[in-house]
Design a binder for this molecule. Sequence first.
Ligand SMILES: Cc1ncc(COP(=O)(O)O)c(C=O)c1O
Length: 361
Amino acid sequence: MKKSVAALEAYQAEKPVETIKAEYGLDSLARLSANESVYGPSPKVKEAIQAALATDLGYYPDGQATSLRQAVAELDQVAEDNLVFGVGADEIIQLLTRVVLESGQNIVIPDPTFGEYAIHAQIEQAETKRVAVFPETGGVDFEALAAAVDDQTAMVWLANPNNPTGVFESPTDIQVFLDQLDPSVVLVVDEAYIDFVDQADKTVAPLVADYSNLVVLRTLSKAYGLANLRIGYGIIADPLWTAMQAVRLPYNLSTLQIAGGTAAVLDQDYVQGNIEKIRVERAKFEAFLAANEIPFYPSQANFVWVKVGDAPQVGQDLLEAGFQINKRLNPEWVRITLGRPEENERLQEALLQALRLGDSK
Ligand SMILES: Cc1ncc(COP(=O)(O)O)c(C=O)c1O
């Protein structure tokens, strides 16, 4: 076995809702721990999957995911041959690391950020250099990030908006940083939550045409409500695109995934409606936190990173009150996915109780 994997622990996947309900004797449980969409996918996804079941499942799927490729290229205004599809953005993260990173090199990431970047670096026997975000705002310290890049750095990863902080960085700031990077260093901007950002100028995807060391990641797991179907993609220029296509498993997406994903991307009315609902809930939840002087970073995602003091205890109290949130990422902070309006209202009450602020309000 590789030494680098001997120390790895398996990803702690969420327990199924029914298991937790039985464990705690709960009638209902709002799952607000994994940044999924509480609204689920467009009804057209199920119809498309049902129709796709008529195809002969005895044959391999379309290895180029053509219908999905065309729909995404049109939506994102990128070339079809700049797209690589994967089993979630997770597969693209794994694939990129495998293609780019050599043993003994390093990656540079903000801290905190999404855990998968460091895990895959470790598997490839590379080091991870972590650069703390600004404690007051949660913003990325681009200067310190640039200073951390050295001769052995092969990749820099930025989730934008960042997970778990929810903080968004402007495309201009990212481009300024990119301009300072040696072109041999790959900058991955993981835009898993970009759809939730409420300003027009939010993506760096158009820059892929000008910078062959820039990669943009997207997923249908969040705004599109399709976490279960497992579809993500990278927007990537040559020569990396060709390498990624060569290393990618030939039939990584099934016909059912391709059909469902295509239907989801094409139903923009449905997606945009849900994004709007989530933005409204985000504003309400942040107003509630501010009013109660509970510290948080302003979020542009579908979750909020909240400083609660004793994260395991508050997480446990909320679980017993019927809300599963993420309490495993930091001893003092929890990450709460925004739920439906009625869930968020009840959650506010439960959070005040868990923080023992309930009596004073
Ligand atoms: C920043 C970020 N990138 C990627 C992913 C992985 O998404 P997917 O479900 O497409 O694998 C997640 C999932 O939580 C995420 O938070």
